[in-house]
Design a protein. Sequence first.
Length: 196
Amino acid sequence: MKLYYAIGACSLADKIALAEAEMPCDFERVELPERVTETGADYAAINPKGYVPALILDGGEMITENVAILSWIAEQSPKLRPEGPLGWFRLLEALAYISTEVHKSFHPFFTPGVTEDEKQAARELVGRRLDYLAAGLSDAFLLGPQLTVADAYLFVMLRWAKPNGVVLPPPLAAFYERMKARPTVAAALAGEGLYA
Ligand SMILES: N[C@@H](CCC(=O)N[C@@H](CS)C(=O)NCC(=O)O)C(=O)O
């Protein structure tokens, strides 16, 4: 199995989830925006979407999109998804929210030529999206007392927040510290030469 990733990108969530699942995986770095991998391969020829992450399964099939990759990891490792009859749907609900409402709201910070006013609007929007999550965080993790793959994705979003001027609501700041203290998270960060 191999994960194509970029340093500090949303693919870090998949690395954390794979580590939590104790699933061995090779990693190949993609340089963005050049779309060349560390072995010199043309990434666009591997994944025509051109962006990370992409997970190549042992059988050769490729899964793209964080929501799909993280769901697949949770399917392999049931401890990483919530229990109960609505467990899967609560997980998809959380992953979809993080992907479409939080992750996408960071877009102006990564887009050249964006004005300071547009960045400020994005800061406020991300803040509102995070406030919603903070208000519902009544346990150690987003979906209860046990860590799920959604927590790995949320951690990466929170890691992006601070350098872009988004102040974390206190429950999410505490969540961030809890995640940061996990050996899997520390190892995933160190593997990319990053700090929390
Ligand atoms: N819809 C994709 C978006 C992934 C995405 O935004 N990847 C970013 C890094 S976090 C990327 O590769 N950007 C480079 C590009 O779009 O060219 C997903 O949820 O997996």
